[in-house]
Write a protein that binds this ligand. Sequence first.
Ligand code: ZN
Length: 167
Amino acid sequence: MGVDENSDRKTVLDLGKKSTPMTDEYFMKMALKEAEKAFDEDEVPVGAVIVQQGKIIARGYNMVEKLNDPTAHAEIIALTSAFNAMGSKYLPDATLYVTVEPCLMCAGAIHWSKIGRIVWGAPDVKNGHHCYTGEKNPFHAKTQILYGLLQDEAAELMKAFFRKKRI
Ligand code: ZN
């Protein structure tokens, strides 16, 4: 009985370990970590990760200043990296987590990627794609969308960045 009890407990612990990284919140926290890297490098703090079968296959954070390239958004960097990693131009089985609502350019890139799912955090009332698309969904017809996840954390990082810029 003692042995069984131990092995049961071990199973429960293992499941616990495995189940944690599978949640949307866990991966959004990883995207927030990417956003913090951008913040530390004096870039607008947006971060993204792309996940397939419970594994992060690509990461990206905003590098517009570093690369002197206004297209170097977190989503574009993560998507390009994911296409390379998977050897595929489409990502129907992947989920993109991004801390802030994608802009129109990124919404276009996400559309062409045919990504299976997109999860974003804070709305971007100035530059988010909603400013242009309204309630229309710019993504691929099969792409599932979830937004508002950990939006306070993402928005707080953005606010802190622009506060820092003003000083
Ligand atoms: Zn963008």
